[in-house]
Ligand binder design. Structure first.
Ligand SMILES: O=P(O)(O)OC[C@H]1O[C@@H](O)[C@H](O)[C@@H](O)[C@@H]1O
Length: 291
């Protein structure tokens, strides 16, 4: 293992950002005049081959241990492989980088065995007043295959116990903590303990944060799942790269196509999933001070 090279910095008049080539992993986005939006654990390992804790990991070609279980590494090989920069450009209002990964980058025989297909992935990252992430997967094989994918965004919040996640009312979900598939969201989501849910929803989601006095608006395209995750105190204490204190500072709201919503790709077919975040400043609740 060696230390990860520093992330690539990006800037334009409207925002700054940073991306590690490993995993094409966005770890920072700060719209001009705002506080950081992506959480990066102060205790994450920054080593080649080890997942970075925070930012926006790309999960592909499977999520967790795969729809049928038993796959490793967790969340797929794409998050720890080095991606290639295809192009980068910036204008006043946007800095854009395009990354590419193909099956030729998958050299580990175990990984190839688990996903023995030819593919081409492009990932376009746009830093501006909005953060726009677009993941495109093309089946370059002569056989059809299924993929799972997630843009596993860690969003900074003032205190995860005080936020509410709106936009999922009425959505069915799998609760991975309760191991139940038949749950239905009623009203806004207030996180009150370990939360690990795969919602069947493509709707816009808002993270309302009275402590930081802002709302994070998340819009998705071609993403049939929204995953909401926070490990809470006990699990976090057992995760050295989250730590006993870090868990209150983020919520993961992920754009995804996983499990029953995995994407089927015929030869030559391309699927593009997009995930956008924008910040809306609101009044800070005077009764709530930052944690
Ligand atoms: O520790 P990892 O591999 O980064 O995964 C973090 C979490 O990612 C979430 O997306 C999963 O739903 C959780 O089950 C998982 O614990």
């Amino acid at each position: 293992m060696s230390r990860l090279p520093d992330p690539r910095p990006f800037s334009c008049a409207d925002a700054t950002g940073a991306v590690y080539d490993q995993g094409a992993h966005v770890t920072d986005w700060i719209p001009h005049g705002q506080a950081p939006v992506l959480w990066l654990s102060p205790s994450t390992a920054l080593e080649t081959g080890t997942p970075v804790r925070g930012g926006v990991p790309i999960c592909f070609p499977w999520f967790a241990d795969g729809a049928a279980g038993g796959r490793a590494p967790r969340h797929g090989f794409a998050r720890t492989l080095p991606w290639h920069v295809e192009s980068r450009e910036s204008s006043d209002h946007e800095a854009v980088v395009v990354y590419r990964l193909t099956d030729e980058d998958v050299t580990d025989p175990v990984h190839r065995e688990q996903f023995p297909y030819r593919f081409e992935a492009y990932y376009v990252v746009r830093f501006g007043t909005e953060l726009v992430l677009e993941l495109s997967i093309t089946n370059t094989d002569d056989r059809a295959f299924d993929i799972e994918e997630a843009l596993h965004a860690y969003l900074v919040v003032g205190d995860v116990r005080k936020i509410r996640v709106e936009g999922l009312d009425g959505a069915g979900y799998r609760d991975k903590v309760l191991d139940r598939d038949d749950c239905v969201q009623e009203g806004a989501l207030h996180l009150e303990g370990e939360t690990d849910r795969v919602y069947r929803s493509d709707a816009e989601v808002s993270v309302v944060d009275p402590v930081l006095g802002r709302v994070l608006r998340i819009r998705k395209e071609n993403s049939r799942n929204t995953v909401v995750w926070n490990p809470w105190a006990e699990q976090a204490a057992a995760m050295p790269d989250v730590g006993a204190d870090g868990w209150t500072d983020f919520v993961c709201v992920e754009g995804a196509n996983v499990q029953a919503e995995a994407v089927h790709l015929e030869p030559d077919e391309t699927h593009t999933m997009a995930y956008r975040v924008a910040v809306e400043v609101t009044e800070q609740d005077p009764g709530r001070s930052p944690a």
